[in-house]
Write a protein that binds this ligand. Sequence first.
Ligand SMILES: [Zn+2]
Length: 101
Amino acid sequence: MGCGAVRPKRELRRIALVDGEPVLDREARLPGRGAYVCGKDCARRAVEKQGFSRAFKRRVQPGPMFVESLETDGEEARARDREGAGDVLEGRPREAPGRRP
Ligand SMILES: [Zn+2]
């Protein structure tokens, strides 16, 4: 949102409004409109350009702490994504049944 880059959704952080405050939606489960940023710099740019207000169609002014919080949360999410991807690969059968000699 902030930089205008097109990225796969899994690389984006979803931001949702809770009581009028933008928060990182780690699990992408919060209801309502969402805004997507791809990182801390992206979020900062979005804050400067009132991107969150546009995305949520209301006045939203995240504080500096919000942008800072994205950094650590993003790292955690990326680590979790890596773990998740590993699980999927391990869970997939390596050979199709019936192909064994
Ligand atoms: Zn971006």
